[in-house]
Design a protein around this ligand. Structure first.
Ligand SMILES: Nc1nc2c(ncn2[C@@H]2O[C@H](COP(=O)(O)OP(=O)(O)OP(=O)(O)O)[C@@H](O)[C@H]2O)c(=O)[nH]1
Ligand SMILES: [Mg+2]
Length: 302
């Protein structure tokens, strides 16, 4: 049985970084991992990918050849991938025996709630190859919590995508390490992750009388989100192994990995403590270079 994750989310929300960090983490706990890049615009990949859609089609070529912009070009690429699903299947065939698969998708959210190509690519793969990767991780940058309007947009996007894809989802608030730098949140973090009592958000919307219609619209939209009772979030700091470990446990429960008897997850997690310093290296060197534009000695020591 093949397990894995489908990683989607708005541009820049941290999908590619996640695939990189998560693959390192999973390797550290003893899983064989393959990362599959399905973003034809992913020029500089931080991870070594087992399958790269760019070997099939490149966004830059499509844009030149068909006179399309980046967004139209991506829709074309996803359409092309769907038509050539056998290519992807043949590339995955050698991996499915014993690898855990991570699929890194492009950030154009339209692909997931306006068009159906991405949905059909996922569905064809899971049906044809009996992949247990029917778990989608939808990433949102945690800075969206800093503004009630943006937060409601994220809720709607999440709900729409969940309804459109019809697959189990885990919604992730990424870059949680930066949350304090966006200013003081109106509520504590649990409020944003639990998605309950959205009426409180009204208090923090623009109070100008001219914005009355906007507030009413926001209220109605919040009611829709609450009525469905589907959306909630988990948080992630990709630099923190405890945070990554908690997410792995949640994912393992959700996609059935813990019940598959592949390898006792308790045993696996005990390996983290005994593991050599690869993860520490990953945190201190790569991540700090990437994320921490700081000379602060205390942060560098983390
Ligand atoms: N501080 C911090 N920065 C992060 C984290 N995850 C990603 N980033 C940064 O956010 C930026 C975007 O990350 P990517 O992983 O490229 O995001 P993406 O969702 O793959 O972007 P697209 O593929 O363009 O949609 C990069 O500069 C990352 O280094 C995180 O957990 N914390
Ligand atoms: Mg990416």
């Amino acid at each position: 049985m093949v397990f894995g994750q489908i990683v989607i989310g708005p541009p820049g929300s941290g999908k590619t970084t996640y695939c990189d960090g998560m693959s390192q983490f999973l390797r550290l706990i003893g899983r064989k991992v393959a990362v599959i890049n399905l973003d034809p615009a992913n020029d500089e990949l931080p991870y070594e990918c087992a399958v790269n859609v760019e070997d099939l089609i490149k966004l830059s070529d499509v844009m030149i050849e068909h006179g399309l912009g980046p967004n139209g070009g991506l829709v074309y690429c996803m359409d092309f991938l769907e038509k050539n699903i056998d290519w992807l299947q043949s590339k995955l065939q050698p991996l499915v025996k014993d690898h855990y698969l991570l699929f890194d998708f492009p950030g154009q959210v339209e692909l997931f709630f306006l068009h159906s190509n991405a949905k059909r690519v996922i569905s064809k793969l899971t049906k044809k190859m009996d992949l247990r990767v029917r778990l989608v991780e939808l990433f949102f940058d945690s800075h969206l919590c800093s503004d009630p309007g943006k937060y409601v947009s994220a809720l709607l996007l999440s709900l729409t995508t969940m309804l459109h894809l019809e697959l189990p989802h885990i919604n992730v608030l990424s870059k949680i390490d930066l949350i304090e730098s966006y200013g003081k949140l109106a509520f504590n973090l649990d409020y944003y992750t639990d998605v309950q009592d959205l009426s409180y958000l009204q208090l923090h919307l623009e109070q100008d009388p001219r914005s009355a219609k906007y507030r009413k619209l926001t209220k109605e939209l919040c009611d829709v989100v609450e009525d469905f009772c589907l959306v909630n979030f988990t948080t992630l700091d990709i630099q923190d192994k405890e945070s990554v470990g908690n997410l792995v446990k949640l994912i393992d429960k959700s996609n059935g990995y813990v019940f598959a008897g592949v390898e006792g997850s308790v045993v696996e997690f005990s390996k983290i403590a005994a593991a050599p310093l690869d993860w520490d290296y990953y945190r201190t060197a790569a991540i700090q270079e990437k994320y921490m534009d700081t000379d602060d000695e205390d942060i560098r020591k983390i």
